[in-house]
Design a protein. Structure first.
Length: 358
């Protein structure tokens, strides 16, 4: 019988990082704002709000349709990696976890996901294994996006910075795909991957045992490996389509505030957004950082006279892409709670009452 290994307390560097992390993110956001002001000049905010006020009802409806499409496509991979999980339940799981993960500290979102899986008679271990592979698949597509962006920008002018950014991002995507490949092609490769990762982490934390990491990866591969082999291709296809829906939301938002094709071609909008898409790695989908990068790129192409409209378009996209999922997540959470409560009541009604009287 092996002794239970108690993980050591966080190192001093980790404690300092937890305190400094919000300040670092704030500094990055401030720097991003300076980038916008430095490239496009002082923003005319009254003109920005005026542009947002011109968004027609039809454009708002189109954004909602694209958002629903995005969420549906985003939920497809989890159905491929978790046996018995329907698309509707996958959407519920994603939206509810997104809501709770934003308003409550971790691991509240994990606890919610596990509770949902149990209420649907799905093994929580298999469910969370599917969530992990789903995350890896999304990371592969996230860092694949600049390659698509480079293709769209090839219709215009591509500089060396674009190329190097795309190459570096593709390298990350290939590494993630290699990890997924190891999960679906035998224990030996999974064991090597786990040992290699453990060896790297052991250089920072001496308590880490690479052999334990190797065994853990092999056990994980045993639970999810076959489904990875069958599910990666359709999952990648769905997530690439999801990325396309997200990019079209940006196009629709820019067009909705009055920036026409004569000022900005669709290929420029798509290319600039997709090239910057890995910045969604930062909290709240790269809020501030991604926006600064895209606004700067589009303003250079369209001219500073359209800066207010471009900023307005990005705000419209943020409202549709980032804020609307919160009420959707609340609806998904309340719907699940009601259905789970109904299931408990039904089960209780079916339990026979034993009369103890003679």
């Amino acid at each position: 019988m092996t002794d239970l290994v108690v993980p050591p307390p966080p190192s001093r560097a980790m404690r300092v990082w937890r305190i400094a992390r919000p300040l670092v993110l704030l500094a990055i956001a401030v720097f991003a704002g300076r980038v916008i002001i430095g490239v496009v000049g002082v923003i005319d905010w009254p003109a920005v709000w005026h542009a947002i006020g011109l968004v027609p009802l039809a454009a708002a409806g189109l954004l909602v349709v694209l958002l629903v499409l995005r969420q549906g496509l985003n939920a497809v991979p989890l159905t491929r990696f978790v046996p018995g999980l329907s698309l509707v339940h996958s959407v519920q799981n994603d939206l509810s976890a997104f809501l709770i993960g934003t308003v409550a500290p971790p691991p509240a979102d994990v606890v919610l996901r596990v509770s949902m899986f149990r209420s649907w008679d799905i093994d929580p271990v298999e469910g969370m294994a599917g969530v992990t592979v789903n995350m890896l698949t999304f990371y592969a597509v996230r860092f694949m996006a600049p390659a698509f962006g480079l293709v769209f920008l090839a219709f215009h002018e591509v500089n060396s910075g674009h190329v190097w950014a795309a190459v570096a991002s593709i390298g990350v995507s290939v590494a993630v795909l290699a990890g997924l490949f190891s999960l679906s092609h035998g224990d030996r490769l999974a064991a090597l991957l786990g040992r290699a990762a453990g060896s790297v982490v052991a250089r920072v934390r001496r308590s880490v045992d690479p052999s334990q990491w190797s065994r853990a990866v092999v056990e994980f591969r045993g639970k999810i490996g076959d489904r990875v082999a069958a599910g990666v291709a359709p999952s990648l296809t769905a997530l690439v389509a999801m990325l396309g829906a997200e990019a079209m939301m940006v196009v629709a938002s820019i067009r909705a505030v009055g920036v026409g094709s004569g000022q900005l071609a669709v290929t420029v909008i798509l290319g600039s957004f997709l090239l910057a898409y890995p910045l969604t790695l930062f909290p709240l989908m790269g809020l501030g950082i991604l926006d600064a990068t895209v606004v700067a790129a589009l303003t250079v192409s369209a001219g500073t006279e359209h800066e207010a409209q471009i900023v307005g378009g990005m705000i419209v996209w943020r409202v549709a892409s980032l804020l609307l999922p919160y009420p959707l997540g609340l609806v998904a959470l309340l719907t699940w709670r009601r259905s789970a409560r109904a299931v408990r009541v039904t089960v209780a009604d079916q339990v026979p009452v034993v009369d103890g009287t003679a």
